[in-house]
Design a protein around this ligand. Structure first.
Ligand code: ADP
Ligand code: TRP
Length: 320
C-alpha cells in the first residue's frame, strides 16, 4: 500500500502535529511503501523570508528523522525537489470548479486570521491534490482539519478521470478519532497560528512552563474530575507511561488530585516521551551533510515515481 503525507515547514512542529500526523507516519512506514514530504510550496502562503524558509525545511527534515522516520523505510523528500508537482497542479486546476475551492473552510479561516487573500492560498487544495495524486497514494494520514482537503482531492481525481479516462487512483484519508484534534494550552485546537502550542523540541523547562499555563476550570483539588471531558487529562493520556494511566485516572475520578499535579505529570510524560528523539536530533543537527544526502536520494526516488503518473496525465489530456 502506498502511504503519503506532507507537513508544512511554517514553524516548529508541536505535539498536535505529532499526535495527529507524525505518530501515524512512523507507524505506517513499517510494511508499507511510505512517502512523506516537507510541503514548502504550500508554506509560501505564509513564510516570505527565503532564509527562514530554508531553515524551516531543514528543521522539519531533522525533526522527522529524529522522531523515527527511517530513510531506509520511507522516502522523506522536499516538495519543491519534485517539479512535476506544479505541472500536475496546473492540469488539475483546469478541471477544478471555483465553487469547490470557495467552500473550503481552511481558506476562510486563514484569511480571517490575517493571511492575505491571495491566489496561492485559494488554490492550496489543488496543489495538495497534485501532491497526493502524483504518487498514486492509497492512504493519507492527517489530522481532522485536513479531511475536507482529502475530499476535494478525491473529487478532483474523479472529475479528471471522468473527463480524460482512468488516470488517478482515489486516495483515502487515515484519521484517528482519538487524536483527531489535540487541544492547545488555551483549549482551542493546537496550532502554530494560535500561539498555543507545546513544541516537540521545546527545552524541558519551556515544556514545564507551558504545561503550567494550560487553561483549566476552577474545580477544587478534592473534587472528583471527569477525565473524559478534561482537555488536560486528554493531553496526558496521549503521553502517559502505560503503567501509570489507570492509576492516575482512578485518582482523578475519585477526587484529591489537583490540576497542578496533573500538569506536572503531563510535562514529565512529554519530556520523557521525546528524550530519545531529542538526543537523536542533536546528532542530525551536527551532521547536516547526512540530512542533505537523505534529501537528495529521496528526491530522486520521488521524482521517478512522480514522472510515471505525470506522463499518464499528460498523455490523457493531450500534452505529450
Ligand atoms: P498547524 O495548524 O499548527 O499549522 P499544520 O496545518 O502544519 O499545523 O498540520 C500538519 C499536520 O498536523 C496535519 O496533518 C494536521 O492535520 C495535523 N495537526 C495539526 N494540528 C493538529 C492538532 N491540534 N490536532 C491533531 N492534528 C493536528
Ligand atoms: N495541507 C497540509 C497541512 O497543512 C499539508 C499538506 C500539503 C499535505 N500537501 C499534502 C498533507 C498532501 C497530506 C497530503 O497540514
Amino acid at each position: 500500500m502506498r502511504v503519503l503525507s506532507g507537513i508544512q515547514p511554517s514553524g516548529a512542529l508541536h505535539i498536535g502535529n505529532y499526535c495527529g500526523a507524525i505518530r501515524q507516519y512512523i507507524a505506517l512506514q513499517e510494511g508499507n511503501d511510505a512517502f512523506y514530504f516537507v510541503a514548502n510550496y504550500h508554506a509560501l502562503t505564509s513564510v516570505r523570508d527565503a532564509e527562514l524558509l530554508r531553515r524551516y525545511v531543514f528543521d522539519v527534515l531533522v525533526d522527522l528523522l529524529s522522531l523515527g522516520i527511517d530513510p531506509e523505510h520511507a522516502t522523506l523528500f522536499v516538495q519543491s525537489d519534485v517539479h512535476e508537482t506544479t505541472e500536475l497542479a496546473w492540469l488539475l486546476t483546469s478541471v477544478t470548479p471555483m465553487g469547490w475551492l470557495e467552500k473550503c473552510v481552511s481558506y476562510k479561516d486563514k484569511v480571517q486570521q490575517g493571511l492575505p487573500a491571495e491566489h496561492g492560498l485559494f488554490a492550496y487544495p489543488v496543489l495538495q491534490a497534485a501532491d497526493i495524486l502524483l504518487y498514486d497514494a492509497d492512504v493519507v494520514p492527517v489530522g481532522q482539519d485536513q479531511k475536507q482537503h482529502l475530499e476535494i482531492t478525491r473529487d478532483i481525481a474523479e472529475r479528471f478521470n471522468h473527463v480524460y479516462g482512468d488516470v488517478f487512483r482515489l486516495p483515502k484519508p487515515y484519521i484517528l478519532d482519538q487524536v483527531a484534534v489535540v487541544p492547545g494550552i488555551d483549549g482551542r485546537k493546537m496550532s502554530k497560528s494560535y500561539q498555543n502550542t507545546i513544541e516537540i523540541f521545546d527545552e524541558p523547562a519551556v515544556i514545564r512552563k507551558k504545561c503550567k499555563k494550560i487553561v483549566t476550570d476552577s474545580t477544587p483539588v478534592e473534587a472528583p474530575k471527569n477525565p473524559d471531558t478534561c482537555p488536560l487529562f486528554g493531553l496526558y493520556k496521549l503521553f502517559a507511561p502505560a503503567g501509570d494511566l489507570a492509576e492516575v485516572e482512578r485518582r482523578y475520578r475519585e477526587g484529591g488530585m489537583g490540576y497542578g499535579e496533573m500538569k506536572t505529570r503531563l510535562a514529565d510524560a512529554i519530556i520523557e516521551h521525546f528524550a530519545v528523539a531529542r538526543e537523536r536530533r542533536a546528532e542530525w543537527v551536527a551532521h547536516p551533510t547526512r540530512v542533505a544526502e537523505v534529501r537528495a536520494a529521496a528526491a530522486e526516488r520521488a521524482r521517478r515515481s512522480a514522472r510515471i503518473v505525470l506522463d499518464r496525465a499528460r498523455v490523457a489530456c493531450g500534452m505529450d
